[in-house]
Ligand binder design. Sequence first.
Ligand SMILES: *[C@@H]1O[C@H](CO)[C@@H](O)[C@H](O)[C@H]1NC(C)=O
Ligand SMILES: *[C@@H]1O[C@H](CO)[C@@H](O)[C@H](O)[C@H]1NC(C)=O
Ligand SMILES: [Zn+2]
Length: 476
Amino acid sequence: RLSILSRLWSLLLLLHLLLPRFSLPVHFTTIEDRCPEIAKTYSIGRSLEGRELLVIEFSNNPGHHELLEPEIKFIGNMHGNEVLGRQLLIYLAQSLCSEYLQGDERIQTLVNTSRIHILPSMNPDGYELAVSRLQERMGRNNAQNIDLNRNFPDLTSVVYNRRRQKGYRTDHIPIPDYYWFGKVAPETYAVMKWIRSIPFVLSASFHGGDLVVSYPYDMSKHPLEHNMLSPTPDDKVFKLLARTYAKAHETMSSENSRCGSSRSVSQKGTVNGAQWSSIAGMQDFNYLHTNCFEVTVELGCDKFPPEEELFLVWHQNHEALIDFMEAAHRGISGIVKDEGGNAIPGARISVVGIRHDVTTGENGEYWRLLTPGIHVVSASALGYTKAIKKVHLPQRMHTAGRVDFFLQKAPLDLDTLDPENVTDSYARFDPFNQYERYMLMADPSQNREERLEKPWWWSYFVLPGGTTPTWLLRHY
Ligand SMILES: *[C@@H]1O[C@H](CO)[C@@H](O)[C@H](O)[C@H]1NC(C)=O
Ligand SMILES: *[C@@H]1O[C@H](CO)[C@@H](O)[C@H](O)[C@H]1NC(C)=O
Ligand SMILES: [Zn+2]
């Protein structure tokens, strides 16, 4: 049923797309064209209705992981009707490109020393619905009516159920088999596969409807009891990350700007997720399944604000976004090797007092986000002796402390064998292993006609000679 309103909206949308062509005679090239040295676009899969889940990546060597460069991701528009994140991330991509080119030293340093992945829309189907209905109540869920933030495996309950066992773990929890027998949205699946194929260190997911940064756990210890403070073993790190964002945001940490349901429990613009509303969401999954630390940023009270407000919101968040990315360089990173200098993948990095390990990747490298102060850190791996180091991290850090470990071969100690044999349960039944890695996927720019239409902003990323976006930050 097409109402007059929605017809009018289509007309407006059309005008919006056409007008800049006439009114702004700027020679616009896409970000990828403009910044080929540092930007690259790729797709991590498709939505249920076939829309590409497009990522733009920034690095001084795009397309490749570089030794000891932390990987960062930003995800927007997971709820299709919460549109601010999507717009903000498009602005961010624009500004990273233009500021790098203009020689901004801070942005250049960031891009030269990190790899930044931006997924502006995780739920493009929901977004289209929200836009076509012009109201924010539609389009939160994907086209199967699944709320994507409630579609990730609930590993938080697994951890809570174990917490009275001796030596229980809160990291690298395998996905329970039963999860795969439920409905797994293609968007959720694509993001999970993406999360696992890149050694992400830090992440933020952007929502709307409130103005606060929430951090794990998102799920309360007692599922029926809401508003239960449920800290992770990394509570100090998560608070630091959340505060980093909220403090640099223009209004988030002020008492007067509160709105939404976090109003009574948030502190200076940050809140423990479970204390606010209890769900097993994406941020808990990141923390419990991978080495990545993710927070959720609620960008504003209005989920679908008028266009005039978008640029203002960008300005309120610009500094916060950059400060947050820079936080990937807090703590320590390094390589774990054996006596012969060979990298040891899968080694555990443990910190005294924090019951949550990170593991080394294929090159033996690891990142451990940590708060300032003194920490006792150890590295261990099956068949090696453990190595321990004491580190002292200063208040202000711009580069992660480099802490390498050299492990000596030791006879296998059966007591230290992992009782759950995590590698085994990954291999036994894991649909991820049935699919190629995202890098091997078809180039989205090919087979164009067989794909569904792209989101309107896609052409600004990849097609030369596209229309000039109204949101272009700086022209050349
Ligand atoms: C970043 O890397 C580029 C290319 O290697 C180099 O030209 C530029 O000076 C670097 N910028 C900073 C601030 O390190
Ligand atoms: C896990 O199980 C597999 C197969 O049962 C075995 O080959 C492997 O050595 C085990 N790994 C550990 C760490 O126990
Ligand atoms: Zn949301």
